[in-house]
Design a protein around this ligand. Structure first.
Ligand code: PEP
Length: 251
């Protein structure tokens, strides 16, 4: 079912103590608002179990920022989907552009990660998006379509329906440069069309597609007002409860 979602991506920020404090602050703030969207925080692996212990899962979802492309075994330093799920987390960000860019993640590895996340009943928040050059030379539609097709189109319609997508133009991530609400709507509608072509209109209409890239309280309302923008994946502005809540309450 299509839902509005605001998800924080803390990236490699906060010590355990700071992270638990931030989670408590968001959890507390949510008691005082009637949130019109699902709210999720995706936190470093090291924080998952401790954060899970201080939040109300009925109000605040918990996710990891990545998981391994194997279930278990001799993969030093990796954290598997079943390990993530065992902390109480129910979401996982996959295919973030920083993972693609700095850690060489490809559609092939992401396909595996998505399958393993789903097998552990985690909801993948699957990221797609073009770099600046692709935006400027007009190939961004093809780039985004290929990212979706290559990693996700082997899924059954039933499994595809369990995903959340996040369109994150790389040129807008952490740069202070946001896609305009019209730019976001244009590509979100295109993405929904790509899904409809493969899985049909009903699946497409039921898919939540989030926008990510310098989303903040001041621009969230206009972005979320667009018909195909179902919420946001939030980096920098998720690191303070006040700004994160300013985005949550934009719905
Ligand atoms: C992100 O990395 O997912 C993100 C959207 O970052 P920021 O909000 O800081 O641009």
């Amino acid at each position: 079912m299509r839902k509005n979602v605001v998800a924080g991506n803390w990236k490699m920020n906060t010590t355990l103590e700071e992270g638990v404090g931030l989670a408590k602050d968001v959890n507390e703030a949510l008691k005082h608002v009637d949130a019109k969207c699902d709210v999720v925080i995706c936190v470093p692996f090291t924080h998952l179990a401790s954060v899970n212990a201080v939040i109300d899962p009925a109000k605040l979802g918990l996710g990891a920022e990545n998981c391994a492309d194997h279930v278990k075994g001799a993969y030093t330093g990796e954290v598997s989907a079943p390990m993530v799920a065992s902390t109480g987390a129910t979401y996982v960000i996959l295919g973030h552009s920083e993972r693609r860019q700095y850690y060489g993640e490809t559609s092939e590895t992401l396909k595996e990660k998505v399958n393993l996340a789903l097998a552990s009943n985690l909801t993948p928040i699957f990221c797609i998006g073009e770099v600046l050059e692709q935006r400027e030379n007009g190939t961004y539609f093809d780039v985004v379509k290929a990212q979706i097709e290559e990693a996700l189109f082997d899924l059954s319609a039933e499994d595809f329906s369990k995903l959340i997508l996040a369109y994150e133009p790389v040129w807008a991530i952490g740069t202070g440069k946001t896609a305009t609400d019209d730019q976001a709507q244009e590509i979100h509608a295109f993405i929904r069309g790509v899904i409809a072509e493969k899985y049909g209109k009903e699946v497409a209409d039921n898919t939540s597609i989030l926008y990510g890239g310098s989303c903040k309280p001041s621009n969230a309302k206009a972005l979320f007002a667009k018909p195909d923008v179902d919420g946001g994946l939030i980096g920098g502005a998720a690191l303070e409860a006040e700004s994160f809540m300013g985005i949550v309450t934009a719905f």
